[in-house]
Design a protein around this ligand. Structure first.
Ligand code: ADP
Ligand code: ZN
Length: 758
């Protein structure tokens, strides 16, 4: 942009300068134009990191290509100072993706690029090759954790992790999952239980590593596989939705597609919601393709991240499995992108660059002419709509592997099963008689049970019996949750904790503890079924990745009978011993103030139900609820995804919500309520004044106080923009963005395009 260029102009060149477009890693919008000194001519390649003068100092920049800007006569440009690396860190197709992300999510391009790079490359220093080229691997020498190790918890956790991921993994990765694992693995090595090997990362995948590959595919898997092979052979962009019921063997379809891509010399990128919760998927990729799979998780060490980046960049590693941020991995010669559990909310990042990795995966696939597979048992309505419009091809797996039956889902009406007068006492049990009976029957057969409730803590509301006042956080507008094990009340938003007040702080009346969390459910199970071995899986109990792995592993080894947990238990686990899944209260996620509440509830219930009956014994699911007539509850009971989706889509269409409209939110927060409100109103007026004619279908909702009006002492407001397309919203967002320069710094304003997008 000439304007910006002019502000940095100072140097004089005798010849007409060669101009370069550079993204500067600073929170400023747009690309900047610099001149290219003669010494650098011929040395520049798009994607290189460069050092450029910026403001009064220098900054890291990314050379994007020749600039097409036409300059006024007087404008003189500063020159690029130095090129920081010989071969570009950023591959060309990634530049295109990052440009799209910056544009779409309204975030400075330089910052987008810097955020995507491993820390080793995100500073303005000369690029170094990451050492070592040799990686240490731990290889398990046993097939299960020996009983003798039972008391060495850390060591058994390390070994359990190794076994869960297919028997071998880089030390770095295990140490991520289990802090201190390096030492534990060495101890295990002295006991002869593992071997530590050094491996050199080499191009391509070695022969003879293929293990655990089923001889036969189900007819549906085979049909899906055929379509994917055809698309891979064609070598053009083609998105697919792989809609497969839980336990239908979607992972095997991904694996075969990746195999085929590899046979064509192409790479694959596999995105998953959370690696610690799904070591099984990583394990299947590892055991199929060997250790040369790059696993990109959120807690990699800087050095490790750089190492993977460079190995992928050089095309030495052809398969990357990773979380959300891996959508930016520099995979060379991309043939296949898989997004597993594509409906999962964790694909949306909710700070800095607020991107939706699933959406970006499709964009990247298009740019790279790759095949994209979005897999789920409960596809997002956005994705379904894309199928309906003919943009994505549909592949269906309607049956479970080996024709195992889908679990039977039954309703328990809490209005009848939980005595009315009982509700206001602390003792009112939440495990109903039918639920307890089902649990006892299951346990008697030596099978396992999962109890799901999407709330942590013991009681979630503390209410004064006399004045009715509920106990709230002093700095957030939310109720405090009682955590009995800590004997404290806790704010789930800011972490504030304090001792449990004996009496109401206002009127000294007695306090009732209402609302149920996982801790309370666990206590009730212990009390009602004393001989069951029970554990709880939520953010309070799985305080470390080590604890999490250990809990999951010991449940898998059947050392536990009952697992009580939050949505952590609902993810893609494959526990063949589980034949009973109970949803303790289906109502919790229905009440959230979001137009996606019903969809989210449907997804959660289906996912958690899908944990039942994955082994040889059939599964059973009990859903306790106060709202048996709620649409998502009814449809889950009937296994009626299509009916749910159709009805929900009609509703969304009538009210112009996504996928039939696009949204963007403008969120404000600040210390001073008055100031935040006044900025919100100011932005509201600005939007209103710039509103296109009504025919454009753009609407402003708000400004209004946010659903949670205060968090960490900061008052929150929001504005919501709704319009038929992103293009329709863009001018308004641009206008707001310009106005942000004048907003007092005490008020933080965040733009979020596609807020909460699933
Ligand atoms: P999904 O992801 O669809 O819920 P998974 O991919 O986890 O299902 O597969 C369910 C189980 O079936 C896994 O234990 C998997 O190893 C097994 N499986 C998948 N495909 C086959 C097959 N063709 N033959 C035998 N077992 C299979
Ligand atoms: Zn708080």
């Amino acid at each position: 942009q000439p304007e910006q260029a002019a502000t940095v102009a100072f140097a004089v060149s005798e010849h007409p300068p060669v101009l370069a477009s550079v993204a500067v890693a600073r929170p400023v919008r747009g690309e900047f134009t610099y001149s290219v000194p003669e010494a650098l001519l011929g040395n520049l390649a798009p994607g290189q990191r460069v050092l450029v003068p910026f403001g009064r100092g220098t900054a890291l920049g990314f050379y994007l290509g020749p600039s097409t800007v036409t300059l006024g006569e007087k404008v003189r440009l500063k020159p690029i100072q130095r090129v920081l690396e010989d071969s570009p860190s950023l591959p060309k197709d990634l530049i295109a993706l990052l440009r799209f992300a910056a544009e779409h999510y309204r975030y400075p391009l330089g910052e987008v690029i810097r955020g995507a790079l491993p820390p080793g490359l995100s500073k303005p220093v000369d690029g170094k090759e990451a050492q070592p080229d040799v990686q240490q691997f731990a290889v398990a020498l046993v097939n299960e954790v020996p009983a003798a190790l039972a008391r060495a918890h850390a060591q058994s956790a390390a070994l359990a992790y190794l076994l869960a991921v297919g028997g071998s993994a880089p030390l770095e990765e295990v140490s991520h999952a289990i802090p201190g694992a390096r030492a534990h693995l060495k101890s295990l090595a002295t006991k002869g239980l593992v071997r530590i090997e050094e491996k050199k990362l080499e191009a391509g995948v070695k022969e003879g590593l293929i293990q655990g590959r089923p001889d036969r595919l189900t007819p549906e898997q085979a049909a899906a596989g055929e379509q994917l092979r055809g698309a891979l052979d064609a070598g053009a962009f083609q998105p697919f939705l792989l809609h497969g019921v839980t336990g239908s063997g979607k992972t095997e379809v991904y694996l075969r597609a990746a195999e085929h891509a590899l046979s064509l010399g192409k790479s694959s990128l596999i995105l998953v919601p959370e690696i610690a919760l799904t070591p099984q998927l990583v394990g299947r990729f590892r055991s199929r393709f060997g250790a040369e799979v790059a696993v990109l998780h959120s807690a990699l060490k800087d050095r490790e991240r750089l190492f993977h980046w460079q190995a992928l960049r050089r095309g030495e590693v052809k398969i990357a499995v990773g979380v959300r941020s891996a959508v930016f991995a520099p995979v060379e010669n991309l043939g296949l992108i898989v997004v597993d559990e594509e409906h999962d909310p964790s694909f949306k990042q909710d700070d800095s660059l607020r991107y939706q990795a699933r959406d970006l995966a499709v964009v990247r696939g298009k740019q790279a002419s790759a095949v994209v597979v979005l897999g789920s048992a409960t596809p997002a309505l956005e994705t379904l709509e894309n199928v309906k419009k003919g943009r994505y091809r549909l592949l269906e797996l309607k049956r479970r592997v080996d024709d195992r039956p889908m679990p039977s889902i039954e309703l328990v009406d809490l209005r009848q099963e939980r005595p009315r007068e009982g509700i206001v006492t602390e003792e009112a049990p939440i495990l109903s008689p039918p639920l307890l009976q089902a649990m006892e029957e299951t346990l008697a057969k030596g099978q396992q049970v999962i109890l799901f409730l999407n709330r942590r803590g013991h009681s979630t509301v503390l209410l004064c019996e006399v004045c009715g006042l509920s106990l709230k956080c002093t700095s957030c507008d939310v109720c405090l949750t009682h955590h009995r094990s800590q004997n404290r009340v806790v704010c789930h938003y800011c972490g504030l904790t304090m001792p449990v007040p004996e009496r109401c702080l206002e009127c000294t009346g007695p306090i009732l503890k209402l609302g149920i969390g996982t801790e309370r459910v666990e206590a009730e199970v212990v009390e009602r079924i004393p001989n069951a071995r029970v554990a709880r899986l939520d953010r309070d109990s799985a305080t470390s990745a080590e604890r999490l792995t250990e809990l999951l592993a010991s449940f898998a080894r059947r050392e536990l009978d009952v697992l009580v947990g939050t949505q952590m238990v609902a993810k893609g686990h494959d526990f063949p011993g589980v034949t009973l899944v109970c949803v303790v209260m289906a109502d919790t996620s229905l009440a959230i103030p979001d137009f996606r509440a019903a969809e989210r509830t449907f997804h959660l219930l289906t996912q958690v139900a899908g944990r039942a009956g994955r082994g040889k014994d059939p599964g059973r699911v009990l859903v306790q609820t106060y709202n048996p007539d709620a649409e998502p509850v009814k449809r889950v009971l009937a296994h009626d995804f299509d009916g749910f989706a159709q009805q929900e889509l009609e509703w969304r269409k009538a009210l112009a919500y996504p996928p039939f409209a696009r949204m963007a939110s403008i969120r404000l927060e600040g210390e001073h309520p008055e100031q935040v409100a006044s900025v919100a109103r100011h932005l509201g007026n600005l939007v209103s004044r710039n509103m296109p004619p009504a025919s454009a279908g753009v609407r402003l909702l708000g400004p209004a106080v946010a659903p949670i009006a205060r968090i960490r002492g900061k008052t929150r407001w929001q504005l919501l923009l709704k319009g038929p397309t992103h293009v329709a919203l863009a001018p308004l967002l641009a206008r707001v963005e310009t106005a942000l320069a004048d907003v007092p710094s005490a008020v933080k304003v965040v733009l979020d395009v596609d807020p909460g997008a699933m």
